[in-house]
Design a protein around this ligand. Sequence first.
Ligand code: GLN
Ligand code: ZN
Length: 764
Amino acid sequence: MTSAHVLGYPRIGANRELKRAVEAYWRGRLDRAGLETTGRELRERHWQAQRDAGLDFVTVGDFAFYDQVLNVSVLLGAVPSRFGADAEIARGEVDLDTQFRMARGRAPSGAPAAACEMTKYFDTNYHYLVPELRAGQAFRLASSRLFDEVAEARAAGYPVKVALTGPLTWLWLGKAQSGSFDRLSLLDAVLPIYGEILARLASLGVEWVQLDEPALVQDLPIAWKQAFESAYNALRSAPVKLMVATYFGGLGDNLQLAVSLPVDGLHVDTVRAPEQLTPVLDNLPAYKVLSIGAIDGRNVWRADLAALHERLASARMRLGERLWLAPSCSLLHVPVDLTAETDLDEELASWLAFARQKLDETVTLARLLGNRASAEDRARVAAATAAMDARRASPRLHRPAVQTRLAQVADADLSRDNPYPVRARAQRRALDLPLFPTTTIGSFPQTDEIRATRRAHKSGELEGEAYEAQMRAAIADAVQRQEVLGLDMLVHGEAERNDMVEYFGEQLDGFVFTRHGWVQSYGSRCVKPPIIVGDVSRPAPMTVAWSRYAQSLTERPMKGMLTGPVTMLQWSFVRDDQPREATCRQIALALRDEVADLETAGIPAIQIDEPALREGLPLRQGEWQAYLDWAVECFRLTASVVRDATQIHTHMCYSEFNDIIAAIAALDADVITIETSRSHMELLDAFQDFAYPNEIGPGVYDIHSPNVPEVSWMVRLMERAAERIPVERLWVNPDCGLKTRGWSEVEPALANMVEAARVLRQRH
Ligand code: GLN
Ligand code: ZN
């Protein structure tokens, strides 16, 4: 037989039960026992789903009230001292509230403290809590939650496989506090705890433990490669079978290392890296189990089971019973259950598979390969084949007009008419802005009233005209407040948008939206990414009416506001039948029409937000340039349609530009606004060193904080900026959009910002 398993299952619940319970607990509306009950019920339901589907194991260890990496930090006793007296931490169990305080700074019990840093898990949209590492740090087994969960599953009669972040990847994901010491110096202290964990799991009757080591798909320094060998040599005596799980890409130059680790099994991703299957098979020692990740754990498309069967037949021949089958990575990254999508048309639904459906696919494929397919399995394969054939042939995928236009894109379409210095002169004449012009990033406070209006419109309670009148009122209000504040370049405020991708996706052909397709983003936060099904095009203008109305209310220049093509792509489920870049070009072309229409409507400046440009970087440095090339090209395709006098802005809210500064410059936006306030403008060094040629608005106001920044503080920040960038090319603006703040914070903050600009103008 061929064993079927998953690396992990979504824990949030088909109705986001975990989100609701955790948030109720934080607010004091649910007690600890109630929260634990919800956790238990969800685990039980998810194990049952795995069993019902026919998997050979249920996976334990993928559940977390907040984050699975944080779970491991707690398990290892890696709790920073600010979360409790060291002495206390050094004994007993780490309490659940301590875990929540690490995650978010506060919890129903315990003193508030600065939360741990959070960042994206590899190239996913899932955020984990960064382990804080200190030189000489001590570790101890500090939680029994995992063992309790194993006991729970065993008591319910499930065959258990445990999944846990492996020691190297845990350290890899961690960040050295205070100074720079080598994280690897902690390995010897961490390994004995892993040893203890494995021994304890064995005593609970666990046969297999999956140690997640996705760090193996990245470029590893030589010391880390060696550490993999020595660490797994140290763990080989554990009384359980170990499977090292790799995913999100190919092993590349770590292939030899990975296949020869002294463990009982290896999991590889053959969705992202199909080409590695043969070399892995060729190099795998004869004693080892190979788990092939053949079902896409990162995307929502139904698997072509017949094709996979054919592709994997030789692996089955070579491996026999040593072949296992699984989705490519944990199913954490896809929505829970397609059957909840009652609004999707049948055809579209037949092309998709969410986590629950992927369990069935995995089992069917395993049975096919093991020659144990039932009539039901065969029917499933036939249905998948039929759906695939229909999808490939569907007119929903292919719009000849889009293809034709793309084929006609010429080099000239990718560049503005003139270089920046020429454009800057034309823009100065057209816009008549002072030195240190002030602006904002786009959104203004999304008041309860605005949200209620949008909701009422969406549910059909509020008719088009009434809705538009209320949105216009919100725009007029925002414009008036900006005039009173004395801002130089205004925005309409984005009242009509609940989400910067959804707003555009809903108006573009080629995108579809689910009702319940939630995916955990971090903690209790979920996102519902749209699905790009077919060729993208723009049937009608999307923002022009709002921007034109906003401009009609004021003499000052109004900035149009768009989400860029790379961000649209990055925050969606993308079709898998063409390269990502092809889809991105289509989006760019659709947005280009919007840019042109905004210009025609008399909008003198257009901002194209690309906050996700950086997160699209491939996991291997060697692939960066190819990505950056097409990402930059897509941005330029979107932006370059305008004449010299129309000012193109872009916005990015992260604070690492050093390694991508050339690409940022190649975007050739006239103005870039970036997040800098918390980095004290040091981040501008990258721009200075590169001699970045265009205008920059380094954020002076941290919008994540409710504090109102002082005039002198912002002046000082801008003075630091002026040491690095010529003042003629500096703008004054906040770090990011203001939609999560209230007007009572925003107005005094912006008043101070405008005052700061006045002070600066006097000085320069
Ligand atoms: N224009 C958007 C806003 O202001 C930008 C959001 C973002 O950068 N994530 O809300
Ligand atoms: Zn931003």
